[in-house]
Design a protein around this ligand. Structure first.
Ligand SMILES: [Zn+2]
Length: 107
């Protein structure tokens, strides 16, 4: 049952991608809706975003958050948001994704 971090990341990316498709199927207008992500601070598509308490995270950040949860790196999205605010993006990326290059993906 033990999955490697790589497998978990792939799974989370697939789940997150499916969330975008589901959101768009439910509400096609969402394709043109943007919001400012509470985590990365970028203007991101509403489709595939998730609300965690008072924060709404974009799909990319959802992958980071869910992967972090799944790997037991943290259990509160606040940890991820604080890390992002400190501009420790690269650090948290390597911390969550190990050797995977996430800079290209996040920019
Ligand atoms: Zn984000």
């Amino acid at each position: 049952m033990n999955k490697t971090p790589e497998e978990i990341i792939e799974e989370m990316q697939a789940v997150a991608h499916q969330m975008i498709l589901d959101d768009l199927e439910e509400n096609p207008d969402l394709e043109f809706e943007y919001f400012d992500c509470s985590c990365c601070g970028k203007s991101k598509p509403y489709a595939g975003s998730i609300k965690y308490g008072e924060y709404r995270l974009c799909n990319d950040c959802v992958v980071l958050a869910e992967t972090g949860f799944a790997l037991g790196k943290f259990n509160d999205v606040q940890v991820l948001i604080d890390a992002m605010e400190d501009n420790r993006l690269e650090e948290i990326c390597s911390f969550i994704k190990n050797e995977q290059n996430c800079n290209t993906e996040l920019n």
